[in-house]
Design a protein around this ligand. Sequence first.
Ligand code: 5FX
Length: 575
Amino acid sequence: MSCPLCVCFFKCLTLSLSELVDARCVVLMAAADSLYLGFDFSTQQLKVVAIDGNLQVVHQNNVQFDAELPEFRTQGGVHIHADGLTVTSPVLMWVKALDLLLDKLKSAGLDFSRVKALSGCGQQHGSVYWRRGAAETLQELNPQHSLHHLLQSSFSVSDCPVWMDSSSGQQCQYLQSAAGGALRLAEVTGSRAYERFTGNQIAKLQMTQPDQYDNTERISLVSSFAASLFLGDYAAIDYSDGSGMNLLDIRSRNWSEVCLEATAPHLDKLLGPPLPTTSVLGPLSPYFVHRYGFSELCKVVAFTGDNPASLAGMRLQQGDIAVSLGTSDTVFLWIQQPHPALEGHVFCNPVDWQAYMALLCFKNGSLTRERIRNECAGGLWEVFSAALRETPLGNNGNIGFYFDAMEITPTAMGVYRFDPQNNKVPSLSPQAEVRALVEGQFLSKRLHAERLGYSIIPGTRVFATGGASSNPEILQVLSDVFNAPVYTIDLSNSACLGSAYIAVQGLVAESEVSFFDTIKPATKPQQVATPHPSAQEIYDPMVKRYAQLEERVLQESRPLSHSHQSVQPKQPRAS
Ligand code: 5FX
């Protein structure tokens, strides 16, 4: 009998469990010549990362849809339809991109026979419709031909709705009333009804194109569609990406009967049962063994959504929070117990099937920081940073809300400033304005994260990533507001990397080795800020005051929000 964890045959079997999870064995398991692949079927490109047994990146590659597959005539990987609300991508473009990417890996000399396992992720919420009879085609792929050639007639819908689509408003209304209201739906599925969420897209398809729906034998997410190509059979939807559908009961981790019924007929059969994210789905299809020289022992581990995969790539643990400071800011957090709210999303956790993750999108990120830098700091980041250094924690009681564009979290628009007595004021000094912006942005992130079940516990770490994470003064405010140390991670490809880690974890998950033991050898994050000793005393009450003022802002901005809703329907890309 060989060791269940690795290929070392004897050594691991003689170790105690604690020694075993001391990572050494896992490193042995991931023998240096092993490779693991992580794919990301994202909106604009298909990417791949190969890591070796020491979890170091050894190869990266990609296919850009617009530039390298111009025959599909996409812009940014999508087609925006005349109504301005419907957004789709051609499914055969994704298939052809995989042909192209594997050819590129072959030309680059990647030794496919060393790949022990692969996994991947996809843009969340998008859906793929397999035509009746497609399972048989998938099971009998002829390695003489490209996937694109073989699968040409395998889809009942050629243009797949993607996450940028916001045309299913009617279906959202219906689902919410069937489920007993927006909050009730959020309690069951982790989110109120969102137009881009897959269930609402399926309901729209069934209503507007019933023939195509009837001709479908299986519905996949982009992630499980991609896994199906590698598996040569229909791959299960994983719990994490399944949580972005308004269909999965995030506590029972089964499809919700009420939601299925309110969405479309016999949907459970079309979706198949969901599975934990680190499940091994099976061996790689013989197609890839014969066409590219993969080992027949190579395993396909479930694919998930790009945001859950990023959480794995950033190596978040219980109590940690990741803040991505980009064009739009996003927050991911690891939570133990879900408290879904009307804003933000709770998904099942990709690396610990009993835990959860939350995702929040904030539209007013870098562009607003740049506007305030231009107006209050002469366009210079050094002056902006000096203002943060020279103003006190808590900003002498001044608080600001800066929603230049229609904000997603919360739904509000406009700029609002309050003095220490909670009076609305038209302006602040330039230095106070800079601090009010940065503190306000982080107070909002903390408030909305807490509403989704996040709480600061001893050992909590904040991971900062994205453009503004290179500014130490901004990171100091982040550390103070969250009263936790801030770490940075140098990751441009966290979703691909997370998928490659999930591939490694898939091989050991059944042996109860945790994800964190598996990834111990990966490069450690750097601590860059420590909270000021008075941070808790200042920001605990301030976050409460911020919540009360946000209520006032919401009342005042409601008319503005309504008039902007029809032209600002989309969520930004979160990763
Ligand atoms: C998350 O809910 C989103 O809609 C996006 O971040 C997509 O996953 C982008 F791919």
